[in-house]
Design a protein around this ligand. Sequence first.
Ligand code: SF4
Ligand code: SF4
Ligand code: SF4
Length: 247
Amino acid sequence: MKPRIAIFSLTGCEGCSLAILELEDQLLAVLDAVEIVNFREGMTERAWDIDIGFVDGAVSTPGDEAEIRHYRESCKVLVAIGACACLGGINTLKNHQLAAEYRGYVYGERAAWFPTTAARPIAAVVKVDYELPGCPMVKEEFLRFVKHLLAGRQFRLPDYAVCVECKKRGNPCLYDRGVVCLGPMTRAGCDAICPTYGSKCEACRGIVSPEALAAAALNLRDQYHVPQEEVLAGLRLYGAYQEEKLP
Ligand code: SF4
Ligand code: SF4
Ligand code: SF4
């Protein structure tokens, strides 16, 4: 029997779910090996006996919390896809503001109709088996992950920083232009796409480890006079939860 797959979305732009559809021909090859039984972006049927469930979006409302518990109960393997699901993502920017202010700004007079909570990664609410980070997640990494899982092989994210991929591509370092780039502490796997196109890394794939973050922050302070507060402020864009990982 083919593994039964579901793709769910909580609070986010659903860009990570869409990235799966963007795989096009490669997705068709995967579809030979699996059965998609629940995917709001791509079908109307709904089934709840699921082998592997992928979830994008953060837990950001009481409704999200109920949904992610339901997904966890329904899926043998639960996979967080994208920065929102893995880190809280852009949604966590509201965690640094007064609820009355951002709720009024977003919902106006109808704010009471839309209950909201602090934004959290899904692992803050339920057990998560795997995480595929990025904003959006890297679709080639998703494909590699599915192939590993179907073959019964162990899947691991890269355990080194974006700088490694950046150097391999021969990019000039943005620090030489005085730009604060978060590549030294950010998990590789995106092929350093942002610095390759001249933009700083903003750590959408999260940090490699608390130790890597601490070491990189010290190095940036000593070598380029970047205050640690500036590094932490940068990391806040995709997930305030990363700050808690600082040793
Ligand atoms: S991680 Fe980025 S692309 Fe994915 S759902 Fe969140 S905001 Fe959208
Ligand atoms: S540009 Fe950024 S990612 Fe590239 S080597 Fe410099 S610090 Fe690292
Ligand atoms: S370079 Fe940094 S911000 Fe850009 S995709 Fe990679 S991890 Fe995300």
